[in-house]
Design a protein around this ligand. Structure first.
Ligand code: THU
Length: 136
């Protein structure tokens, strides 16, 4: 699946974002090495700290279904509204969660800038010298 298709799925997932506190809606689409895609949105909470990012929602859905081999993730985030108006790069916690499951030099992070344009990184680009299972 190419990056634009994966971004489309992230934009679809973004429609389910539950973000009444930040009004910042994020969708993510995670492509597994077996071809399956898991999507996720951010889910906020009145108590604030229990909120979850779109990326982790997608990753946890995959892991909970037995899929732990990931190829890439697309992220589409912007203030609430139909259009993607700027990039949302993954937060530090999400980068750490990715690090647990992937080869950082190979796993791709596709960040949408609008409905057409994106930038692609590896996890290693965005999270150099991360701490992972190999360090233990
Ligand atoms: N958020 C994500 O879901 N993913 C990101 O990449 C950045 C931030 C969420 C967390 C919170 O619900 C809202 O966006 C504002 O920070």
């Amino acid at each position: 699946m190419d990056n634009k298709e994966l971004i489309k799925l992230a934009i679809e997932a973004r429609k389910h974002a539950y973000c009444p506190y930040s009004n910042f809606a994020v969708g993510a689409a995670l492509l597994c090495k077996n071809g399956k895609v898991y999507t996720g949105c951010n889910i906020e909470n009145a108590a604030f700290t229990p909120g979850n990012c779109a990326e982790r929602t997608a990753i946890f859905k995959a892991v909970s279904e037995g899929d732990v081999s990931f190829e890439k993730i697309a992220i589409a985030g912007s203030p609430k509204g139909d259009d993607i108006t700027g990039p949302a790069h993954p937060c530090g916690v999400c980068r750490q969660v990715m690090q647990e499951f992937v080869n950082p030099a190979e796993f791709k992070i596709v960040v949408a800038y609008d409905n057409e344009n994106y930038k692609e990184y590896t996890l290693k680009d965005l999270f150099p010298e991360g701490f992972g299972p190999d360090n233990l």
